[in-house]
Design a protein around this ligand. Structure first.
Ligand SMILES: Nc1nc2c(ncn2[C@@H]2O[C@H](COP(=O)(O)OP(=O)(O)OP(=O)(O)O)[C@@H](O)[C@H]2O)c(=O)[nH]1
Length: 348
Protein backbone atom coordinates (compact mmCIF):
# COMPACT_ATOMS: atom_id res chain seq x y z
CA UNK A 1 0.00 0.00 0.00
CA UNK A 2 2.84 2.40 0.81
CA UNK A 3 4.14 2.68 -2.77
CA UNK A 4 0.60 3.42 -3.98
CA UNK A 5 0.17 6.16 -1.37
CA UNK A 6 3.53 7.62 -2.34
CA UNK A 7 2.42 7.60 -5.96
CA UNK A 8 -0.84 9.32 -5.08
CA UNK A 9 1.12 12.03 -3.25
CA UNK A 10 3.32 12.46 -6.31
CA UNK A 11 0.29 12.46 -8.61
CA UNK A 12 -1.57 15.17 -6.72
CA UNK A 13 1.59 17.30 -6.66
CA UNK A 14 1.35 17.81 -10.43
CA UNK A 15 0.19 21.13 -11.83
CA UNK A 16 0.00 20.12 -15.45
CA UNK A 17 -2.50 17.82 -17.20
CA UNK A 18 0.06 15.84 -19.16
CA UNK A 19 2.29 15.23 -16.16
CA UNK A 20 -0.75 14.28 -14.11
CA UNK A 21 -1.75 11.81 -16.83
CA UNK A 22 1.73 10.30 -16.91
CA UNK A 23 1.76 10.15 -13.14
CA UNK A 24 -1.50 8.17 -12.94
CA UNK A 25 -0.35 5.88 -15.77
CA UNK A 26 2.92 5.11 -14.00
CA UNK A 27 1.07 4.55 -10.71
CA UNK A 28 -1.19 2.00 -12.41
CA UNK A 29 1.68 0.40 -14.27
CA UNK A 30 3.42 -0.35 -10.97
CA UNK A 31 0.58 -2.67 -9.90
CA UNK A 32 1.73 -6.26 -10.22
CA UNK A 33 0.76 -8.13 -13.39
CA UNK A 34 -0.13 -5.05 -15.46
CA UNK A 35 1.22 -5.48 -18.98
CA UNK A 36 0.31 -2.14 -20.54
CA UNK A 37 -1.31 1.19 -19.63
CA UNK A 38 -2.19 3.95 -22.06
CA UNK A 39 -4.24 7.13 -22.18
CA UNK A 40 -6.56 7.23 -25.17
CA UNK A 41 -8.05 10.35 -26.66
CA UNK A 42 -11.69 10.27 -27.76
CA UNK A 43 -13.05 12.73 -30.31
CA UNK A 44 -15.41 12.86 -33.26
CA UNK A 45 -14.89 13.37 -36.97
CA UNK A 46 -18.08 14.17 -38.88
CA UNK A 47 -20.06 12.95 -35.86
CA UNK A 48 -18.31 9.55 -35.92
CA UNK A 49 -16.66 8.81 -32.55
CA UNK A 50 -12.96 8.06 -32.86
CA UNK A 51 -10.21 6.94 -30.53
CA UNK A 52 -6.42 7.11 -30.67
CA UNK A 53 -3.53 6.42 -28.31
CA UNK A 54 -2.28 9.67 -26.75
CA UNK A 55 0.19 8.71 -24.01
CA UNK A 56 2.01 5.43 -23.52
CA UNK A 57 5.31 4.02 -22.32
CA UNK A 58 7.99 3.80 -25.00
CA UNK A 59 11.25 1.83 -24.73
CA UNK A 60 12.64 4.13 -22.06
CA UNK A 61 10.38 7.21 -21.84
CA UNK A 62 6.73 8.07 -21.71
CA UNK A 63 5.57 9.17 -25.13
CA UNK A 64 2.84 11.72 -25.60
CA UNK A 65 1.40 12.42 -29.02
CA UNK A 66 0.45 16.07 -29.20
CA UNK A 67 -0.29 16.05 -32.94
CA UNK A 68 -3.77 16.94 -34.10
CA UNK A 69 -5.95 13.92 -33.26
CA UNK A 70 -7.92 14.03 -36.52
CA UNK A 71 -4.71 13.62 -38.51
CA UNK A 72 -3.31 10.75 -36.46
CA UNK A 73 -2.88 7.70 -38.71
CA UNK A 74 -3.38 5.47 -35.65
CA UNK A 75 -6.88 6.75 -34.93
CA UNK A 76 -9.71 4.24 -35.23
CA UNK A 77 -13.49 4.44 -35.05
CA UNK A 78 -14.61 3.92 -31.46
CA UNK A 79 -16.85 1.14 -32.84
CA UNK A 80 -13.68 -0.99 -33.13
CA UNK A 81 -13.76 -1.12 -29.31
CA UNK A 82 -17.36 -2.32 -28.72
CA UNK A 83 -17.06 -2.57 -24.90
CA UNK A 84 -15.63 0.95 -24.61
CA UNK A 85 -18.15 2.28 -27.15
CA UNK A 86 -21.05 0.90 -25.08
CA UNK A 87 -19.48 2.21 -21.86
CA UNK A 88 -19.28 5.76 -23.27
CA UNK A 89 -22.79 5.66 -24.78
CA UNK A 90 -24.32 4.35 -21.56
CA UNK A 91 -22.06 6.46 -19.33
CA UNK A 92 -21.01 3.50 -17.21
CA UNK A 93 -17.89 3.94 -15.04
CA UNK A 94 -15.73 1.35 -16.77
CA UNK A 95 -15.74 -1.51 -19.26
CA UNK A 96 -13.59 -4.55 -19.78
CA UNK A 97 -13.09 -7.14 -22.48
CA UNK A 98 -10.84 -10.01 -23.39
CA UNK A 99 -8.68 -8.89 -26.30
CA UNK A 100 -7.16 -11.98 -27.82
CA UNK A 101 -5.45 -14.80 -25.99
CA UNK A 102 -4.32 -13.95 -22.48
CA UNK A 103 -4.99 -10.23 -22.70
CA UNK A 104 -7.70 -8.57 -20.64
CA UNK A 105 -8.29 -4.84 -20.98
CA UNK A 106 -10.08 -2.38 -18.73
CA UNK A 107 -11.18 1.07 -19.91
CA UNK A 108 -11.99 3.99 -17.62
CA UNK A 109 -13.36 7.10 -19.38
CA UNK A 110 -12.56 10.42 -17.68
CA UNK A 111 -15.80 12.46 -17.49
CA UNK A 112 -15.53 16.23 -17.41
CA UNK A 113 -18.24 18.80 -18.23
CA UNK A 114 -20.48 15.93 -19.38
CA UNK A 115 -17.93 14.79 -21.94
CA UNK A 116 -15.31 12.07 -21.93
CA UNK A 117 -12.37 13.02 -24.13
CA UNK A 118 -9.80 10.88 -22.32
CA UNK A 119 -9.90 7.24 -21.34
CA UNK A 120 -7.35 5.21 -19.39
CA UNK A 121 -6.70 1.74 -20.78
CA UNK A 122 -5.14 -0.96 -18.58
CA UNK A 123 -4.22 -4.45 -19.78
CA UNK A 124 -3.12 -7.56 -17.96
CA UNK A 125 -2.90 -11.27 -18.71
CA UNK A 126 -5.62 -12.37 -16.27
CA UNK A 127 -9.24 -11.29 -15.77
CA UNK A 128 -9.59 -8.29 -13.42
CA UNK A 129 -10.54 -9.52 -9.95
CA UNK A 130 -12.97 -7.53 -7.77
CA UNK A 131 -10.09 -6.50 -5.50
CA UNK A 132 -7.97 -5.39 -8.45
CA UNK A 133 -10.93 -3.35 -9.79
CA UNK A 134 -11.35 -1.68 -6.37
CA UNK A 135 -7.70 -0.64 -6.26
CA UNK A 136 -7.71 0.65 -9.84
CA UNK A 137 -10.96 2.60 -9.53
CA UNK A 138 -9.71 4.08 -6.22
CA UNK A 139 -6.58 5.43 -7.90
CA UNK A 140 -8.63 6.52 -10.91
CA UNK A 141 -11.14 8.46 -8.77
CA UNK A 142 -8.34 10.39 -7.03
CA UNK A 143 -6.93 11.17 -10.48
CA UNK A 144 -10.30 12.24 -11.90
CA UNK A 145 -11.11 14.50 -8.94
CA UNK A 146 -7.71 16.10 -9.12
CA UNK A 147 -8.03 16.51 -12.88
CA UNK A 148 -11.30 18.46 -12.34
CA UNK A 149 -9.67 20.69 -9.72
CA UNK A 150 -6.78 21.43 -12.04
CA UNK A 151 -9.18 22.15 -14.89
CA UNK A 152 -11.24 24.50 -12.69
CA UNK A 153 -8.15 26.51 -11.72
CA UNK A 154 -7.23 26.93 -15.39
CA UNK A 155 -10.53 28.37 -16.54
CA UNK A 156 -12.34 31.67 -16.47
CA UNK A 157 -15.49 31.40 -14.35
CA UNK A 158 -17.79 33.40 -16.67
CA UNK A 159 -17.01 31.84 -20.07
CA UNK A 160 -15.37 28.51 -19.18
CA UNK A 161 -12.47 29.37 -21.51
CA UNK A 162 -8.88 29.03 -20.35
CA UNK A 163 -7.78 32.03 -18.26
CA UNK A 164 -4.79 34.33 -18.62
CA UNK A 165 -2.71 32.39 -16.10
CA UNK A 166 -3.10 29.27 -18.22
CA UNK A 167 -2.14 31.21 -21.33
CA UNK A 168 1.03 32.50 -19.66
CA UNK A 169 2.00 28.97 -18.62
CA UNK A 170 1.13 27.26 -21.89
CA UNK A 171 2.54 29.91 -24.17
CA UNK A 172 5.86 30.32 -22.41
CA UNK A 173 6.18 26.53 -22.34
CA UNK A 174 5.47 26.41 -26.06
CA UNK A 175 7.99 29.15 -26.80
CA UNK A 176 10.81 27.68 -24.76
CA UNK A 177 9.96 24.01 -25.01
CA UNK A 178 12.80 21.61 -24.21
CA UNK A 179 12.11 18.00 -23.19
CA UNK A 180 12.40 18.06 -19.40
CA UNK A 181 14.74 15.84 -17.44
CA UNK A 182 11.81 13.75 -16.18
CA UNK A 183 10.90 10.85 -18.42
CA UNK A 184 8.67 12.58 -20.89
CA UNK A 185 8.94 12.80 -24.62
CA UNK A 186 6.44 14.72 -26.69
CA UNK A 187 6.31 13.73 -30.31
CA UNK A 188 7.65 16.60 -32.44
CA UNK A 189 5.12 19.38 -32.79
CA UNK A 190 4.08 20.59 -36.21
CA UNK A 191 5.33 24.08 -35.61
CA UNK A 192 6.68 25.17 -38.94
CA UNK A 193 6.36 22.74 -41.86
CA UNK A 194 6.82 23.44 -45.54
CA UNK A 195 4.64 20.54 -46.60
CA UNK A 196 1.39 22.15 -47.64
CA UNK A 197 0.51 23.69 -50.95
CA UNK A 198 -0.69 27.02 -49.56
CA UNK A 199 2.48 27.96 -47.65
CA UNK A 200 4.42 26.98 -44.55
CA UNK A 201 2.41 25.81 -41.57
CA UNK A 202 3.04 27.28 -38.17
CA UNK A 203 1.24 28.43 -35.05
CA UNK A 204 -0.55 31.80 -35.06
CA UNK A 205 -1.53 33.98 -32.14
CA UNK A 206 -4.53 36.28 -32.43
CA UNK A 207 -5.80 38.87 -29.98
CA UNK A 208 -9.57 39.34 -30.32
CA UNK A 209 -11.28 42.38 -28.79
CA UNK A 210 -14.98 43.25 -28.83
CA UNK A 211 -15.65 46.61 -30.46
CA UNK A 212 -17.24 49.35 -28.33
CA UNK A 213 -18.00 46.90 -25.55
CA UNK A 214 -18.24 49.73 -23.05
CA UNK A 215 -21.31 50.97 -24.96
CA UNK A 216 -22.93 47.53 -24.59
CA UNK A 217 -22.51 47.72 -20.82
CA UNK A 218 -23.57 51.36 -20.69
CA UNK A 219 -26.69 50.91 -22.84
CA UNK A 220 -27.91 47.48 -21.77
CA UNK A 221 -26.27 46.89 -18.38
CA UNK A 222 -23.60 44.55 -17.12
CA UNK A 223 -25.79 41.43 -17.25
CA UNK A 224 -26.31 41.79 -20.98
CA UNK A 225 -22.60 42.58 -21.30
CA UNK A 226 -21.84 39.30 -19.53
CA UNK A 227 -24.23 37.46 -21.83
CA UNK A 228 -22.39 38.86 -24.87
CA UNK A 229 -19.12 37.54 -23.41
CA UNK A 230 -20.63 34.08 -22.87
CA UNK A 231 -22.13 33.95 -26.37
CA UNK A 232 -18.91 35.19 -27.91
CA UNK A 233 -17.03 32.43 -26.09
CA UNK A 234 -19.47 29.91 -27.64
CA UNK A 235 -18.85 31.33 -31.12
CA UNK A 236 -15.10 31.09 -30.48
CA UNK A 237 -15.44 27.46 -29.41
CA UNK A 238 -17.44 26.55 -32.49
CA UNK A 239 -15.20 28.50 -34.91
CA UNK A 240 -11.88 26.82 -34.13
CA UNK A 241 -10.66 23.24 -34.06
CA UNK A 242 -10.39 21.36 -30.79
CA UNK A 243 -6.64 21.39 -31.23
CA UNK A 244 -6.54 25.20 -31.17
CA UNK A 245 -6.49 26.97 -27.82
CA UNK A 246 -8.82 29.78 -26.77
CA UNK A 247 -8.26 32.00 -23.72
CA UNK A 248 -10.19 34.82 -22.10
CA UNK A 249 -7.49 37.30 -21.44
CA UNK A 250 -9.48 39.60 -19.25
CA UNK A 251 -12.41 41.96 -19.83
CA UNK A 252 -13.55 41.73 -23.44
CA UNK A 253 -10.22 40.51 -24.80
CA UNK A 254 -9.57 36.93 -25.97
CA UNK A 255 -6.52 35.16 -27.35
CA UNK A 256 -6.58 32.31 -29.88
CA UNK A 257 -3.62 30.05 -30.60
CA UNK A 258 -4.16 28.49 -34.00
CA UNK A 259 -2.11 25.34 -34.35
CA UNK A 260 -0.10 24.29 -37.35
CA UNK A 261 -1.70 25.98 -40.30
CA UNK A 262 -0.73 28.21 -43.24
CA UNK A 263 -1.02 32.01 -43.31
CA UNK A 264 -3.71 31.73 -45.94
CA UNK A 265 -5.82 29.44 -43.77
CA UNK A 266 -5.17 31.60 -40.69
CA UNK A 267 -6.56 34.64 -42.56
CA UNK A 268 -9.62 32.65 -43.65
CA UNK A 269 -10.30 31.16 -40.24
CA UNK A 270 -10.00 34.46 -38.35
CA UNK A 271 -12.20 36.22 -40.92
CA UNK A 272 -14.76 33.42 -40.78
CA UNK A 273 -14.93 33.88 -37.00
CA UNK A 274 -15.20 37.69 -37.37
CA UNK A 275 -18.13 37.27 -39.79
CA UNK A 276 -19.80 34.70 -37.52
CA UNK A 277 -19.77 37.29 -34.72
CA UNK A 278 -21.02 40.07 -37.01
CA UNK A 279 -23.93 37.91 -38.14
CA UNK A 280 -24.90 36.54 -34.73
CA UNK A 281 -28.15 38.02 -33.36
CA UNK A 282 -27.15 38.87 -29.77
CA UNK A 283 -30.39 39.00 -27.73
CA UNK A 284 -31.43 42.59 -26.96
CA UNK A 285 -28.00 43.95 -27.90
CA UNK A 286 -28.29 43.12 -31.64
CA UNK A 287 -25.08 43.31 -33.60
CA UNK A 288 -21.64 42.99 -32.01
CA UNK A 289 -18.35 43.08 -33.91
CA UNK A 290 -14.77 42.18 -33.07
CA UNK A 291 -11.35 43.42 -34.15
CA UNK A 292 -8.48 40.96 -34.48
CA UNK A 293 -4.71 41.32 -34.69
CA UNK A 294 -2.56 38.28 -35.36
CA UNK A 295 1.04 37.19 -35.88
CA UNK A 296 3.08 33.99 -36.30
CA UNK A 297 4.61 32.57 -33.12
CA UNK A 298 7.76 31.03 -34.61
CA UNK A 299 10.02 34.00 -33.83
CA UNK A 300 10.45 36.07 -30.70
CA UNK A 301 9.78 35.89 -27.00
CA UNK A 302 6.19 35.34 -25.86
CA UNK A 303 5.96 38.95 -24.67
CA UNK A 304 7.15 40.22 -28.06
CA UNK A 305 4.73 38.01 -30.00
CA UNK A 306 1.85 39.13 -27.83
CA UNK A 307 2.96 42.77 -28.25
CA UNK A 308 2.97 42.40 -32.04
CA UNK A 309 -0.52 40.87 -32.14
CA UNK A 310 -1.65 43.70 -29.84
CA UNK A 311 -0.18 46.29 -32.19
CA UNK A 312 -2.02 44.75 -35.14
CA UNK A 313 -5.21 44.74 -33.05
CA UNK A 314 -4.86 48.41 -32.14
CA UNK A 315 -4.23 49.21 -35.79
CA UNK A 316 -7.50 47.41 -36.64
CA UNK A 317 -9.27 49.42 -33.93
CA UNK A 318 -7.83 52.73 -35.12
CA UNK A 319 -8.74 52.03 -38.74
CA UNK A 320 -12.42 51.15 -38.64
CA UNK A 321 -12.74 48.08 -36.33
CA UNK A 322 -14.52 44.84 -37.38
CA UNK A 323 -11.47 43.64 -39.30
CA UNK A 324 -8.53 41.24 -39.12
CA UNK A 325 -5.00 42.68 -39.36
CA UNK A 326 -1.83 40.65 -39.81
CA UNK A 327 1.19 42.22 -38.10
CA UNK A 328 3.73 41.33 -40.85
CA UNK A 329 1.52 42.92 -43.55
CA UNK A 330 1.34 46.16 -41.56
CA UNK A 331 5.11 46.19 -41.13
CA UNK A 332 5.69 45.38 -44.84
CA UNK A 333 3.32 48.14 -45.97
CA UNK A 334 4.90 50.64 -43.58
CA UNK A 335 1.58 51.16 -41.76
CA UNK A 336 3.21 49.99 -38.56
CA UNK A 337 6.81 50.89 -37.80
CA UNK A 338 7.57 49.89 -34.32
CA UNK A 339 9.22 47.43 -32.05
CA UNK A 340 7.91 46.46 -28.66
CA UNK A 341 10.31 45.62 -25.90
CA UNK A 342 7.76 44.63 -23.30
CA UNK A 343 4.02 44.79 -22.77
CA UNK A 344 3.62 48.39 -23.88
CA UNK A 345 2.32 49.18 -27.32
CA UNK A 346 3.62 52.03 -29.46
CA UNK A 347 2.00 53.09 -32.68
CA UNK A 348 3.59 55.50 -35.13
N1 LIG B 1 -20.16 42.96 -18.65
C1 LIG B 1 -18.85 42.90 -18.48
N2 LIG B 1 -18.08 43.95 -18.86
C2 LIG B 1 -16.75 43.87 -18.70
C3 LIG B 1 -16.14 42.75 -18.12
N3 LIG B 1 -14.79 42.99 -18.10
C4 LIG B 1 -14.58 44.21 -18.65
N4 LIG B 1 -15.76 44.77 -19.01
C5 LIG B 1 -15.99 46.07 -19.62
O1 LIG B 1 -15.44 46.12 -20.93
C6 LIG B 1 -15.35 47.50 -21.31
C7 LIG B 1 -14.12 47.71 -22.14
O2 LIG B 1 -14.16 49.00 -22.64
P1 LIG B 1 -12.95 49.71 -23.41
O3 LIG B 1 -11.67 49.08 -23.03
O4 LIG B 1 -13.12 51.17 -23.20
O5 LIG B 1 -13.15 49.35 -24.90
P2 LIG B 1 -14.41 49.34 -25.84
O6 LIG B 1 -15.58 50.10 -25.34
O7 LIG B 1 -14.66 47.88 -26.16
O8 LIG B 1 -13.86 50.08 -27.13
P3 LIG B 1 -12.86 49.57 -28.23
O9 LIG B 1 -12.10 48.38 -27.66
O10 LIG B 1 -11.96 50.73 -28.47
O11 LIG B 1 -13.65 49.18 -29.41
C8 LIG B 1 -15.36 48.31 -20.01
O12 LIG B 1 -16.58 49.01 -19.93
C9 LIG B 1 -15.32 47.23 -18.92
O13 LIG B 1 -16.07 47.60 -17.77
C10 LIG B 1 -16.98 41.66 -17.70
O14 LIG B 1 -16.55 40.64 -17.18
N5 LIG B 1 -18.33 41.79 -17.89
Amino acid sequence: MKPILQNLVEMTGQRDHLRLEISVLSTLQKLSGITQVRALEMFTINDVPQVRPRTWQGASDWISNDEEAAKDPHREPLAHYPALHACVSERTAHAQARIGKGRYTLWLPVWMHDKATTCLEISQSRPFSAHRLDVITGIFNVYQNYQSLLDYSERDALTGLYNRKTFDEQFSRHASYRPPATQLTELPQADCHEDVADGPRQQWLAVVDIDHFKQVNDRFGHLYGDEVLILLANILRSSFRTHDRIFRFGGEEFVVLLRSTSLDVAHKVFNRFRLAVQEYPFPQVGQVTVSIGFVGTALGLPVEILGQADQALYYAKEHGRNQVCFYDDLIASGDLVTQVAHDDVELF
